[in-house]
Structures are given as C-alpha cells and as structure tokens.
Design a protein. Structure first.
Length: 646
C-alpha cells in the first residue's frame, strides 16, 4: 500500500503499482524515489511517515503541517542541521524538498531522514507503568547522552528541547537524540541578540530552565533539561507532579525534593543531578567535558576498586611463589573462606551452590587492553579462552591462571568464540567480517572464512559435524563447511536486523537464534518473544530447556519441546549480556551490564548469590563441566575465575 500525503485527499490509500493517487491525482513517488508506506505519528507542527527509497531502504519522511513563516524557518533549520551533522546518536538527514499536491496552491515542506527503530523514553516509561529506572542504568544513559551532547556542542550547536519524548531508545539498546527544530547555533549574532533580549522563546515547561523561559537560553540550558529528564526517569513522575519548576527564586538553588521519590539513588549521584539542574547557570557544569570528567570521578566512588580483595590476592600469590610458611598460607586461606561463608545468607549455604573469586587470570600486563566480549571453557576443564575489543584472543591455563597463547589476526573486535567438542579447535567471529579457525592446543591459525561480508556477531560449532554456524548484522544465519571453508546454506531468519546470539541443542538437531527484533527462533519449531531485544541464549545439557537474557534485565526459561514459557527471573538492574547453565542442570549463571553475576536455582528460579567484584559490565560467563568453576569476561578488560566453595 502507498499513501498519498495530500491533506485534502479523500482516498489516500493506493496500491503499490500506481504512480498517481487514485483519489486526488497527486504524485505518489515523491522526488521520483520515495514511496510513503504508513503514517508513524502526528504532532502540533508536523506528520511523520515511513517511506522507502528506490532501493527499498526504510526512511522517515517529516511533513510540515503548519505553514507559518516561523514554523517553516524552524523546519528548514532542522533539515539543514541534520543533513550537515554526522554524529553517532543523532539521526542522519538525507533530503529537504517541497511537494505540490494536485489542485492545491499550498506547498508541503518535506524532509527525509534516517529511520530510528525504537520508542522514545516517554513511551518506554509508559509501558513500564512509569517504574523508576535503576541508578546503574541512569548512570550509563547519562554518560551516553552526554557524549552525544558533547559532539553537538563541539559543532557550536545546542539543542534547547531535551526531554524524554525527544530521546529514542533503539531496538539495539542505544540512545538517539531527536527533534532538532529548536536547535540553535552559538554565533556572535546570537550572543548579541541574547544580550539585547531579542531571542525567540522556545521551551518545554518542566524541562527548560528559567533563563530559557525568559529567552536567554545558553548551552548550559541543555544540562538543566538533561538533568530534569533523569529526575523523571529516576522517579517516574512528571515535573508537574514534583512541583512547579519555576516557583522558586531564580537566584537560589532551591529545588523540589525529588530525592524522596527515588530511594534507589545514592546521595552522590543525586548531588550530581542536582548540580546539573541548579537554578543559576553558574552553578551548573561549564561544559560537557566537565560532566564527563565528573562522571568518571563519580564512577570511582560508586564502584570503587576492590582494594581488600587485591591485597588478599597479592599476599596469596607472594606466599605461594616463595613456597614459604605453608601453614600461614593455609591458615590465611581458611580465614578468608570462613569469613566468606559466614557472610552468605543461610539459604545460600544450605543450597550448596556459592562461588568466590579465585583469581583474575594473568597479571596486569597480560590483560586485554580493551573490553572482553566472550569467554569459553574447554570440555576437559584445562583451558579457557577470551576474546576482546582489542582484536585478540587469549588462551589461558585454568590450573595456574597463566596466559598460554596470544592470538592475533583479526582486524576488528572479537564478538564471539566457541570451542569444539573434542577440544581441538577454536573458532572466533569478528567485526572485521571474518571467521577464524584456530588450533586450541597450539594457538595456530588454521584458516579464515570471509565470504559473508557482514559483521559476525556469533558463532557455534555443530557438535557432531565439521560445520559451524554464524550470525550477522544482516539477520542471516550461515552454515560453513570447515573442510571446504564455503557457505553451504544461508537462512534469513531475522531480516533487516542483527542476530545477537546462537545456540544449538546437544544432539545438533535444533539451531536457535536470538535477535534485536525481540524474537527467538527455535529451528522450524517455535518463535519465542521477549519485550526487548534478545541478548544471549543457553541450552541445557539434556536439550530440553532454553534460557534467554534480554535488554530489559529479564531472564526467561523456555520448554524447547513445547515453546512454552516456564519462568521469568528478575533481579538484574540492566541488560543481561550472557547466560550459562551448569551441566547438572542445577544452576544458571548470568552476567549483566549492571556489573554483577547472579547465580540462580534453575528449578525454583530463586536467586542464590550475587557476585559483584567486577568494575565493568559482565559481557560473558561460562561454567565448567563439573560445575565447580565459573569464568567471566568483563568490560573492565579482565577475565575472572570463580570457584565453588562447597
């Protein structure tokens, strides 16, 4: 179906084979290449549509509905700015044009831009019944948005209308700042008009500071609006519910007491938000760099290094290396273990499934230089492998924690890895669009598979055949013959989106994929659904249970035979990035963007333990065959080894 955008058309729906509207005679192929598919929304000044270009790429068409000179100026300004900017987190503008409907003298001002798949934060909060977000999610989002704002301000622009409805949460979990109709360039002319009070007032009540309401907006006005946005996200309450934002003296810091509505927020983070929404401009951060530096310092306060753990670990290593005073070492270990056990909840001790940090693999110089994205343990429990954003893989000795091999060859992040069932082969998939096959025992490169020409997001071995499966950013699963290095099959299971994870049943009969489209496809049997993008998958050793983790922090357990949902586990405060199931089917381990690992009882769904010794998001977890060893990879560049204490 093709829509006609003539506002006076009596029959706007047309078949796709028409070039002229059957209702009014207007052109249906705008600018000779844009076909309107559906209306997306309507605001006070414009309508938005989804369109496809001549290559069938989805775009957004924005059509101005109010033709006042001021509205046209703002519309043209937005089109100009978005067409010139090339900033991650800001939609890319494509083309501005005017359209003349049939039998009308009124021109329609049109602008085509990048289509953002997702929902704005106001809509997202409504779907959550305005449940406040966690401090950890707020911290990560504030940092992400400040980086976007930093790039905007570096281009001598400020937004002037930051609010939840102007921030999009994409299906891949990233944020995008939208609606640049009110953006302003910082020029000498603007500053002269500002001093003469000749600037037009544009603002959203509750989010704009007093100086903007009175026509005196400055770049720091964006900081106030951003801070007020996070007050809404952290409290779940509209500014009007917290009191009139303009009721107090403009020269004081006095604000409504929003902290009472956000008990999950630490005093330090609340102080940081209060600084952003201070009444006087001079009390706010001077620039985005100051905010970013403040966030770095705040991160150290909220997530301090585990000094005591490192002191204990270093002492342990020194005693072991010197092989002296063995009794002291034994006593020391016993004291540490007793302290640890005594600190655990009674039900955790009775359950018999608790882990403690044994060591961080390798010494500091041998760590990855960037975030660890994936880890795996060999079936014989002797080796562990990690892959990183630093383009390398490392093979570790699980017995002594030493690095055995440092594998180089990829030209992009290592997004996924897998070890063959016989412990002979290692496969890695990368952002450089290649898959590499390595010898696990010697670390030598065997061959490179490079026919996909797409970013490789996930790889798995077939447990019984010389075959691997890969998922990519184009939504296609590819089957590779390891003997010929050729693609034998390609399955477009998740078209026009990214496959985030793959899993396969132990008998090799069923391949399972998760995607940014919020679905899990179980072979030809079932399609399962999350409410947000699917981040990770794991299959039980008996092939009967599937565990999935998603962007909203939920873990779901599914019956693979029936496709029915068995249980939903909630406890993480941010995205679940990795899940693993013990071979005996007793526990689930999950790693999250909230920097924790959680251990769950698989049968009851109860949380057994939280491991929080990570300084970065936990991107990957793996459990050994005997269930006694857990390894984790983190965005703090480390690979940690955890041991069961029972």
């Amino acid at each position: 179906m093709t829509l006609c955008i003539n506002p006076n058309c009596s029959h706007s729906k047309n078949s796709d084979d028409l070039l002229i509207c059957s209702g009014c005679g207007s052109k249906l192929l705008l600018e000779g290449r844009y076909r309107v598919i559906q209306m997306l929304g309507e605001g006070g000044f414009s309508k938005t549509y989804e369109v496809t270009d001549s290559r069938r790429n989805p775009k957004v068409l924005k059509v101005l509905t109010k033709n006042s000179p001021k509205a046209i100026d703002l519309f043209k300004q937005e089109a100009k700015i978005l067409s010139q900017l090339n900033i991650v987190g800001i939609p890319k503008g494509e083309e501005y044009f005017t359209f003349s409907p049939a039998n009308s003298e009124k021109l329609l001002h049109c602008f085509v831009m990048e289509k953002i798949n997702g929902e704005n934060l106001e809509e997202w909060m409504e779907k959550r019944s305005n449940q406040p977000i966690s401090e950890n999610r707020a911290f990560l989002w504030l940092k992400e948005l400040t980086y976007i704002l930093h790039d905007l301000h570096q281009n001598q622009l400020f937004h002037r209308d930051i609010k939840p409805s102007n921030i999009m949460l994409k299906t891949d979990g990233l944020l995008v700042l939208i609606d640049f109709g009110t953006v302003r360039e910082i020029t000498q002319t603007y500053e002269e008009k500002l001093s003469a009070k000749q600037v037009t007032t544009i603002h959203t009540p509750g989010y704009a500071p007093l100086e903007q309401v009175t026509g005196q907006a400055v770049p720091q006005s964006d900081f106030f609006a951003l801070g007020r946005t996070f007050v809404f996200l952290l409290t779940g309450k509209d500014p009007s519910e917290l009191g009139d934002v303009y009721q107090h003296d403009r020269y004081t810091d006095e604000l409504e007491n929003w902290r009472d509505e956000a008990p999950q927020v630490s005093p330090q983070f609340a102080d940081f938000i209060d600084k952003m929404i201070a009444r006087p401009v001079t009390k706010r951060p001077n620039n985005t760099q100051e905010i970013l530096q403040g966030l770095e310092e705040l991160d150290k306060v909220l997530h301090p290094p585990i000094v005591l753990t490192w002191e204990r670990y270093n002492l342990h290593c020194q005693l072991k290396k010197r092989q002296t005073n063995e009794k002291l070492l034994s006593d020391l270990n016993q004291i540490f273990q007793n302290d640890f056990v005594n600190s655990l909840p009674q039900d955790t001790i009775e359950n018999g499934q608790a882990f403690k940090l044994e060591r961080t693999l390798g010494d500091l110089p041998s760590w990855h230089s960037q975030a660890v994205q994936c880890v795996a343990i060999s079936a014989d429990e002797k080796l562990a492998v990690s892959g990183s954003d630093d383009y390398t893989l490392k093979v570790w000795n699980l017995i002594n924690g030493e690095e055995l091999y440092h594998l180089e060859g990829h030209l992009g992040s290592v997004n996924s890895l897998a070890i063959s069932r016989d412990n002979e082969l290692l496969v890695s998939g990368s952002s450089d669009k290649t898959i590499k096959l390595w010898g696990l025992k010697d670390g030598k490169l065997i061959k490179t598979l490079s026919k996909a020409n797409k970013v490789i997001t996930c790889v798995v071995f077939d447990p019984h055949k010389p075959v691997i499966y890969s998922g990519s950013t184009d939504g296609v699963i590819r089957t590779w013959n390891l003997e010929t290095a050729q693609i034998t099959h390609a399955f477009p299971w998740h078209p026009n989106t990214t496959i985030t994870c793959l899993a396969i049943t132990p008998n090799g009969q069923t391949l399972i994929s998760g995607s940014n489209d919020q679905t899990i496809i179980v072979g030809t049997n079932h399609t399962l659904k999350h409410s947000t993008l699917v981040m990770c998958l794991a299959v039980s050793s008996d092939g009967k249970l599937l565990v999935s983790g998603s962007y909203d922090g939920e873990i779901k357990l599914w019956d693979l035979d029936t496709g029915k949902l068995i249980n939903t586990l909630k406890g993480h405060e941010a995205s679940v990035l990795s899940v693993a199931i013990s071979v005996d089917g007793q526990i689930i381990a999950s790693g999250s963007e909230d920097r924790t690992i959680k251990i769950w009882n698989l049968d009851t769904g109860e949380e057994i333990q939280t491991l929080d010794k990570n300084l970065g998001a936990v991107s990957s977890v793996a459990i050994s065959q005997d269930g006694k060893t857990l390894i984790s990879g983190s965005r703090d560049c480390s690979v940690k080894l955890w041991k069961s204490i029972f």
